[in-house]
Every structure is written in structure tokens, then in C-alpha cells.
Design a binder for this molecule. Structure first.
Ligand code: NG1
Length: 414
């Protein structure tokens, strides 16, 4: 069991002495609203009772040294040249250093990282690491950040690691509240707490396949970002709406006719052709923080847009169901979300389908993949009395792990 005490002891064993700061950054489970955040449309996650702990102490030599019990290879990164890390988890440290370049320049830090939040995709271990490291370093260097600011910097830091993340995970981790889900909106930014009713428990289950955002998963994720941007650009053109900057489906989702026009979108299109068709600059569609997207590569457009627009409606409906305590309706919406992710967003896998189906069959109100998909974890909503049965069914389906999670407080100093 990881605790503030055990991480202090771990820090002492690795670096000697006491950390000046210990931060707890929880994981998150998104209840509904998948592949909507990067379109500027709402999400409904919880922060969970599994977390990454980071113990930090400042040093004078301008080097970040970090050891993690979960990941291989100790990090040793010079603050003067934080980029270009080959070890994937070091890229998040490097991104964090980049965002904190102006804070106590010249100082370094020792970090010891431990926790009980599994990596593997879906529970936001990468964002917990990034939000936690940014928060711990800023505090260790004498400039503590408000959680919302740590979330903002972590979002940019993760984009530098390659995936054009929408910002849900970092805010859920920073701002979570026990007993509540968070409805996070992006256009304009807003967070509202949604109390979870009695009689509702959550189980998460590993599909047996990692979905870490390196290589092909990052590419698949970015393809959906580009496909939805093309959809937004073309829908805006059909509706006669002027969009500034990056085209987002959230800019047109509120227009009644958008839901009807979506069937007019092309099945597939390359960013270059979409930009030509509406006389827009192609950079607006493929502009990413660091990664490159081939403007001639055809990507699905219509079905990604259909998923996103329908998913945004399900987020609203889920909030209404929770407020009414209608847990069966809430469960149905989770199932419909999974179907849409499988059929239209095409980000499920046979193992995710199998574990979600097994959890439904064993008494869950509903179940769906959580996070980006392509592997990783699924979540089920169930009556508390069914938790054990749902866990056992999930383990029987894919080998586990599967466990209950509860809605918990966000980022804290331990
Ligand atoms: P996961 O797969 O849990 O890291 C990713 C994005 C989210 C969101 C979901 C899909 C990152 C760090 N997070 O979550 O912002 O877009 O996919 O809803 O890339």
C-alpha cells in the first residue's frame, strides 16, 4: 500500500534525506464523453482513489533526476536542454521542465515516484505523472501553483510528448472532488460538480492490451483529432458559419442543422483536400504541438463526426440521469457510448468489447471503454451489491486486473 510515509522512505533510500514536497496526483476514469474534449465538447470524468505519488527536493545543479517504481530507466535531464528523450516516460518530465522553464532557472530537483495507479491506458497515468511532477517541482522551487494552473501547464507539456490531448484528464486530476463527477466544458472553459447518487458503484477492468500513447496509438488518436477538425471545417462551410483558428466540432454542435448536415460529410478526406474545398489554410487542420500529420493522408470524417456529436448529447443526458437517480438510464447511455465508439469512432478492440459485455451480463447497469480506447481499461457502473460479481466476470473475461474505484479528491499535497 503506497502512502505519504512509504514514498518519503523511498525517497530517502534513493537520494538520502527528506523530500521537501510530496504530491498525490490521482488517476481519472471518464464516465462518458469520449473523444469529445479535443472537439471542445463536454466530458464527465471522476478522479479516482488510485494515485501517483511524487516526492521532490530541490537541488542546486540544474539537473532533474527521477526514479519511478513503475517505469524503467532513471531519468537525468538537464534543465538547459530538456527535449529529445528516448524513454517514453522521460518525455513527460521533459515536457514538464519545458513548461516550468521560467521557474527558478538553474535549480534542479530529485524526484521519487511511486503509486498504485496502473499504467496501460485509460486511467490517465501519464497525466497524473505530468500534473503531479509539474505541481511538485513548482512547489519544491518555491512557486507553488493553483491546481487549475498545474492542469493547464500539464496539458501543453503532454502535447509536446506527441498526442494532441484535449485537456480532460489534467483537469479531472487537478480538480476532482470526492463523491462527484466533474462536467468539464471547453468552449468557454468551465467546471461543474455533478453529485453521484446513492446506489452507484464503479468497476474498472483491464482489457489485457496496453494502449500507451507511443507509436501507433498516438497516431490513431491524432487521426481522430484531424478527422473531426475536417468535419468542423466542412460543416461550418455548409452552415455559412465563420470559424476562427482551429476548427472544432464544438463550434458548430449547438446549431440545430449541424446534426442533419453531418450525413452530407464525406466518408473520408485528406486535410489538404478539405482545406482546398473551403479555401482554408491546411495548417488550421493539421497544426499540432510537435507531431507531424501528413496533409495528403485520407482520414475518416463522417463517422468520427457522428460519434462526437452523438456523444456530446449523451453527456447531457447522463448528467440528467444522474440528477434524477435513474441509474438504468445512465447505464444505457454508457452502453450506447461504447457502441458508438466501436462502430463510428472505431477505437474499441475485441478485448474491450468482451470485457464490457461480461460486466454488463454480470449485473452492471452499463459498461464502456474509458479513455482513448485501442486497448487499456473499460468502466462499468453497477449497484454496490454487484461489485464483486462484476469484478469476477471481468477477470474471467480478460485475466484482469479489475477493481472498484470511487470518486475521490483531486491533486493534493500529502
Ligand atoms: P487517455 O487514453 O486516458 O490518455 C485520451 C486523452 C483525453 C481524451 C481521451 C478520449 C491524453 C493524455 N488524454 O485519454 O484528453 O481525448 O483520450 O476521450 O491524450
Amino acid at each position: 500500500m503506497v502512502s505519504a510515509e512509504s514514498i518519503r522512505a523511498g525517497f530517502g533510500g534513493r537520494f538520502g534525506g527528506e523530500p521537501s514536497v510530496v504530491v498525490r496526483a490521482p488517476g481519472r476514469v471518464n464516465l462518458i464523453g469520449e473523444h469529445t474534449d479535443y472537439c471542445g465538447l463536454p466530458v464527465l470524468p471522476i478522479a479516482i482513489d488510485r494515485a501517483t505519488f511524487i516526492a521532490a527536493a530541490p537541488t542546486a545543479d540544474g539537473i532533474l533526476r527521477a526514479t519511478s517504481t513503475a517505469f524503467p530507466a532513471q531519468a537525468e535531464i538537464a534543465r538547459s536542454a530538456p527535449r529529445h528523450q528516448s524513454e517514453p516516460w522521460h518525455q513527460y518530465l521533459s515536457g514538464a521542465l519545458h513548461e516550468l522553464a521560467a521557474v527558478a532557472p538553474g535549480r534542479g530537483a530529485n524526484l521519487f515516484i511511486d503509486g498504485d495507479l496502473p499504467a496501460g491506458g485509460g486511467l490517465s497515468s501519464s497525466s497524473a505523472l505530468t500534473v503531479g511532477v509539474i505541481s511538485a517541482l513548482a512547489a519544491a522551487w518555491g512557486s507553488p501553483l493553483e491546481p487549475v494552473e498545474a492542469a493547464r501547464l500539464a496539458t501543453t507539456a503532454e502535447r509536446h510528448a506527441g498526442a494532441e490531448t484535449g485537456g480532460m484528464d489534467q483537469q479531472a486530476i487537478a480538480l476532482g472532488r470526492a463523491g462527484n463527477a466533474l462536467r468539464i466544458e471547453f468552449l468557454p472553459p468551465a467546471v461543474r460538480y455533478v453529485p453521484l447518487p446513492e446506489g452507484l458503484a464503479f468497476v474498472v477492468a483491464y482489457s489485457g492490451q496496453d494502449a500507451l500513447k507511443g507509436g501507433s496509438v498516438r497516431d490513431a488518436y491524432n487521426e481522430r483529432v484531424v478527422g473531426t477538425r475536417i468535419a468542423a471545417l466542412m460543416l461550418a462551410d455548409m452552415l455559412g458559419v465563420e470559424l476562427e483558428g482551429t476548427p472544432l466540432l464544438g463550434n458548430v454542435a449547438g446549431i440545430d442543422a449541424a446534426g442533419v448536415m453531418v450525413v452530407e460529410l464525406p466518408d473520408q478526406m485528406a486535410p489538404r483536400n478539405a482545406a482546398n474545398a473551403v479555401e482554408a489554410n491546411v495548417e488550421r487542420v493539421i497544426q499540432f504541438a510537435t507531431s507531424h500529420f501528413d496533409s495528403a493522408r485520407k482520414v475518416p470524417v463522417k463517422r468520427y463526426a457522428q460519434h462526437v456529436l452523438s456523444e456530446a448529447e449523451r453527456v447531457d443526458a447522463a448528467e440528467v440521469a444522474l440528477a434524477a437517480g435513474d441509474l438504468k438510464a445512465f447505464g444505457r447511455l454508457l452502453n450506447e457510448s461504447h457502441d458508438s465508439l466501436r462502430n463510428d469512432c472505431r477505437c474499441s478492440t475485441p478485448a474491450l468489447d468482451k470485457v464490457a459485455a461480461a460486466m454488463r451480463k454480470s449485473g452492471a447497469f452499463g459498461a464502456r471503454l474509458t479513455g482513448a480506447g485501442f486497448g487499456g481499461y473499460a468502466v462499468a457502473a453497477c449497484p454496490p451489491a454487484k461489485v464483486q460479481a462484476v469484478v469476477e466476470a471481468a477477470v474471467a473475461a480478460t485475466g484482469g486486473p479489475a477493481f472498484e474505484v470511487t470518486a475521490s479528491d483531486g491533486l493534493s499535497f500529502a
